[in-house]
Design a protein around this ligand. Structure first.
Ligand code: GRF
Length: 204
């Protein structure tokens, strides 16, 4: 897996911890950031994972450099974890059905930035998080898993974001493991979750 980050990296940490705990059968081969100061890079270094920073002035140059980098790393799965840019169509077409994102709302409600603030301002009573495959839109790809989080009377953006974040961490780990087990099948807009493979009995 390659993980793309721009900031704090708490989801990256959840993935690293998930791998260590045996909840994900996989390995992170690179953490790629568009910000050299992203705290996520420190987390990756702490876990002994290769880090790559791509800083380019123009959007086109950045997307080209990112595609070159991803092609060289050649991951089975690309994970967006707080990565603050849209991917170019060329990148998306190079990794069909192999790019996932986590978003802090129940999509299609509140796509884009500040989803938790949008939810509070709209006045919904339930929000949550969504893991989805990435297509060319913003937060529009086929949905893999969602988990609901209630909005409490006393919530502000910080308290709501913190409660959603806890749920994000476990939901992302679950979705990644489903992919690792080959249990996700995309059928148009729907993602089917296949049953686990039967455990083979050993013949003695
Ligand atoms: C998370 O809320 C994620 O859903 C959104 O960006 C935030 C990233 O947080 N896409 P972190 O960098 O993983 O801590």
């Amino acid at each position: 897996m390659a993980v793309l980050v721009s900031g704090r990296g708490s989801n990256l940490q959840a993935i690293i911890d998930g791998i260590e705990a045996g909840k994900i059968n996989g390995e992170i081969v690179a953490v790629i950031s568009d910000k050299k100061r992203a705290y996520a890079l420190k987390r990756a270094e702490g876990a002994g994972i290769q880090t790559i920073v791509i800083e380019e002035d123009s959007r086109e140059a950045f997307q080209r450099a990112l595609l070159d980098c991803l092609s060289a790393v050649d991951p089975d799965l690309i994970l967006l974890a707080g990565f603050m840019r849209l991917l170019s169509p060329a990148i998306i077409q190079s990794f069909p059905g192999r790019i996932m994102n986590i978003h802090p709302s129940l999509l299609p409600s509140f796509p884009g930035v500040q989803a938790q603030r949008q939810a509070l301002e709209y006045g919904v009573k339930v929000t949550g998080c969504t893991v989805h495959f990435v297509d060319e839109g913003m937060d529009t790809g086929p949905i893999i898993l969602q988990e609901a989080v209630p909005v409490l009377e006393e919530d502000d953006v910080d308290s709501l974001s913190a409660r959603i974040l806890e749920v994000e961490h476990r939901t992302y780990v679950k979705a990644i493991q489903l992919f690792a087990q080959g249990r996700l099948e995309i059928e148009g807009r729907r993602v089917r979750i296949l049953p686990p493979a039967p455990v083979k009995e050993e013949i003695v």
